[in-house]
Write a protein that binds this ligand. Structure first.
Ligand code: HEM
Length: 486
């Protein structure tokens, strides 16, 4: 048996029912990604005045798109990490189903609040906006939106509780699973898979983020129903941005386990953890929680020391990411005879896209730039880069791998067309956002001036390419799944 097939055989603990739950989750994720992209396309075409969309509807679409995309990135990331953790620890299938049920209940509440109740306060539900709609929606709609988030949060907390519990049972403690023996140079007879180090780190920081998010959601809910109940607006803003920043980052840090577990099948070299890898993930654990202050650089009432830390951490937060994953991917791929099929192409692209996206993010984290850029299209420019070309590419790469079969063959002509279309569409789309930001076009405006329409229209054309390629990826996945189950 070759080293690679031993590696694959040894990693087959994932029980079929769990694989079934993960596949179902990926079908749902693919479908919602596609639908939310269509919402994005409608918004972009409306900004370009190619179609007419009432501004109230634009903000409802923006809210659904933001909450739907962030939620689906997290859902697909969670399914990927659950699947690969199942290779190293025994996870209770019922918990994943409960997680999915809470998630779907949350989706129903959120969609109802937006499209029945008219809620359009954006996915960041910034205090006190949900309670101050100016007559655009009733308090009940805002409450349903926030209850939807709480339901999703409960599902995620169950998910992390189970992961943390089983990691603790198998590896002794979360600290050991974070690689502290490796860092301290102690001998360890039970070497840690990279996926477990990643899962331990994400379990810790995303649980903290979700608990603080739940606290501000409950406070906002009480304020909504009992307006005399005071909430400190600055504290609420800090908690919301802490939760939002940590949650969206966690989606990528979960999905990257697909890179650690799948790429070795292509390079023939197992992805092993070492001291540098463990140090980098421990740095990620701290940085991802400390860096959110860069969202508040325009808030002059924030204590200056917090803003200085936010700026400094923004500079450093890209380094562990690049040291850990991008650099290693480069070394693994360079020294091996890779077969470039849809899976390997999307996964390598995802690491590149994630790394490139961190550059405009770091630029926005500089106070002098942030003062003029933060409310411009530069911001959607940077996060669409590491989401479209990062997390979403990881999810699509994982989906392609799930239906790949045992042998690895070169990419077919159709796959190549879909891949190139996605890459060209996404790269063009985010570049237009970045150019628009540099030209000071503001973000979140339903109606645009004449001078900005060229940007919007070029962006719309690139969006069409992304939507077409996404439909191809998702249909290919569903059809092949159907065939392999038939
Ligand atoms: C075809 C693909 C996509 C298109 C056409 C699209 C389009 C848009 C547009 C037009 C906006 C509003 C920009 C503005 O501020 O004026 C937006 C915002 C946003 N998009 Fe996308 N998008 C796409 C994919 C994605 C993906 C894959 C994600 C995440 C996984 C995502 C997450 C977001 C978020 C979080 C916002 C911010 C919402 C807010 O400001 O409240 N988008 N997108």
């Amino acid at each position: 048996m070759s080293a690679v097939s031993e590696l694959v055989a040894e990693k087959s603990i994932v029980t079929e029912p769990q694989a079934g739950a993960v596949k179902l989750t990926m079908i749902l994720s693919g479908a919602v990604f596609a639908l939310m992209m269509v919402f994005g396309l409608i918004m972009r075409a409306a900004q370009g005045q190619w179609i007419e969309v009432d501004p109230a509807l634009f903000y409802q679409l923006l809210t659904a798109h933001g909450a739907g995309m962030v939620g689906t990135a997290a859902l697909s990331g969670a399914a990927i990490m659950w699947y690969f953790c199942g290779r190293h620890i025994v996870l209770t299938a019922g918990i994943f189903w409960a997680f999915l049920a809470f998630f779907l209940l949350g989706v129903v509440l959120i969609l109802g609040s937006i499209f029945i109740g008219g809620y359009g306060g954006a996915w960041t539900f910034l205090f006190p906006l949900p309670a101050m709609s100016g007559g655009a929606w009733e308090a009940g709609a805002a409450a349903a939106f926030m209850l939807g988030y709480v339901s999703i949060g409960v599902g995620f907390l169950l998910y992390y509780l189970e992961l943390g519990r089983q990691i603790h049972a198998r590896y002794g403690s979360l600290l050991r699973a974070l690689g502290w023996n490796l860092i301290l140079g102690r001998e360890d007879k039970n070497p840690l898979p990279p996926t477990i180090i990643a899962a331990a780190a994400v379990t810790i920081f995303n649980s903290i983020g979700i608990i603080l998010g739940a606290a501000v959601l409950v406070a906002s809910l009480v304020h909504l129903l009992v307006p005399g109940f005071e909430v400190n607006a600055l504290l609420a803003k800090n908690l919301i941005y802490f939760f939002g920043h940590v949650f969206i980052n966690a989606s990528i840090y979960m999905a990257v386990t697909a890179v650690y577990e799948i790429l070795p099948e292509y390079t023939g070299k197992p992805w092993k953890s070492n001291r540098l890898f463990a140090i980098a993930w421990n740095a990620v654990l701290i940085f991802v929680m400390a860096v959110y202050w860069h969202h508040l650089l325009q808030d002059v009432v924030m204590p200056a020391w917090m803003l200085v830390i936010g700026q400094l951490v923004s500079y450093f937060s890209g380094i562990p990411l690049i040291a850990v994953t991008a650099f290693s991917t480069f070394l693994y791929v360079r020294g091996s005879k890779m077969t470039w099929d849809l899976t390997s192409s999307l996964l390598v692209l995802s690491v590149a896209g994630w790394s490139v996206g961190s550059i405009p993010a770091s630029i926005d984290g500089m106070i002098s730039v942030n003062k003029v850029m933060h409310n411009t299209m530069w911001v959607p420019g940077h996060f669409h880069t590491y989401l479209l070309l990062g997390e979403v590419a990881m999810a699509f790469g994982f989906m392609a791998w799930l239906v790949r079969g045992k042998s690895i063959a070169q990419m077919s002509g159709l796959d190549r067309v879909a891949f190139v279309t996605y890459l060209a569409g996404a790269a063009g789309f985010v570049t237009v956002f970045l150019f628009s930001g540099a030209a000071s076009i503001p973000r979140r405006w339903a109606v645009h001036y004449e001078e900005w329409l060229m940007h919007d229209r070029i962006g719309t054309l690139f969006s069409v390419l992304i939507v077409l390629a996404t439909l191809a990826f998702v249909l290919r996945f569903v059809l092949r799944l159907g065939r392999s189950n038939g």
